[in-house]
Design a protein around this ligand. Sequence first.
Ligand SMILES: [Fe+2]
Ligand SMILES: [Fe+2]
Length: 445
Amino acid sequence: MKIILVDDEDLIRQLCNIFLENSFEDLKILEASSGNSAIKLLKEHSDIDLVVSDFIMPDGDGGVLYRYIRSNYENLPFLLVTSNDINHLTGFEKFQTGASVKELYLRKPISKQSFVKAVSSLLERSPELNESYKKIRIYNFWKFNSVECDIYVRLSSEKFVKIISAGSSYTRSDINKYADRQLEYLYIKECDFNAFSVSMASTPFLKLKCKRGECIDVETVKTTHAMIHELVLSVGLSNSVVDTAEKLSDSIVAFVKKNSAAVRDLLKKAQDAKDYIYDHSYMTSIICCEMVSQMEWNTRDIQNKLCMASLFHDLAISDPTLAMKGDVYPDSINGLDDKERDLFLSHTQVMAEKVREVPPFPANVDTVILQHHENVEGTGFPHKLSAQRVSPLVCTFIIAHDFVSMMYRLDFDKVKIKNEFPAFCAKYDVGNYKAVIKALNPKFE
Ligand SMILES: [Fe+2]
Ligand SMILES: [Fe+2]
């Protein structure tokens, strides 16, 4: 069966995807971010069984889509998911709330139960997967060595087998057995997922345990690095770039250790937490090294500055979920409460000031940190700098950081990243970004 999911917010589409994947077998999900692109999909696919749509979207809202569907496909089931009251929505005057099984309406925020119930009644099909499991990308397990809840591997749509028990330890080779079989995910039960409040940005059910007297510091950082190396190598970066980034990061850590207790502690906290904040920072430093290696101004000094900026740029934020929302789903910042929003909007200034206090910090690292949320559209913060007013050094950082955000948004799926890459480059064909974007050339195998 085929469904079209229509929402301009990536996060909502991703959530609906997770709900559906964990409830129905063999469901093909097509995604669109506007009414008009959904209409295009309907014209291309004659076998759609259900359309699930948001109302407010740029380029054709839910009303436009609903009217098109009802005048072309009288019986196609339609599920409207919106934060608005349907009685006030243009285009839905003929919508028969609850009276017909062909159309239903849910108010946001949606729960998994209500969403799956509505989809199942519209498809006239009960959910096949009853006990709910959540998938966790396998690379997360490499960073740790013990689990606080049971871990499963999925054998078929309904069959999950426990491979590690709660409270026990595992080794890297235990996990590699599954990675070698091309499995990308392991699973935990949904109740554990909720109990440990696992988010996309952190995995609190995973722990690092060490034997008494053993120093885990270096090991912690090395395993995190090893796992990040695997991720970036899979999108075609070379081993030599990865080596350069690792050596630079070692020397930066040594420099900070000597010079600033405050920044050293922040960095150590981030490294030990092993969550989104350190992972994406280190990944950004590798992409920066890759870009600089393709440029005329390829010098150790420039790479060093960009690596420093990468490692420190988000350290003023302590909540990994907040950092991830701001980077990967920037629109979601508008929906935060005032306190979180202020914290996020000030983190660039707070961190830039902190690094200025560390002597003798290389010039311009503070500027890169201050401006890392400026963007190519000129709508970023703190200064809404246009594409002409951002230096090539800052442009390099912004592009590298945005590329990493895209990898997260696409869940490190190589095929999706490759498909989206041309549009990503086209966006940067302007102002001072134009010369810099040419240096980003991942070789997707
Ligand atoms: Fe940031
Ligand atoms: Fe960031």
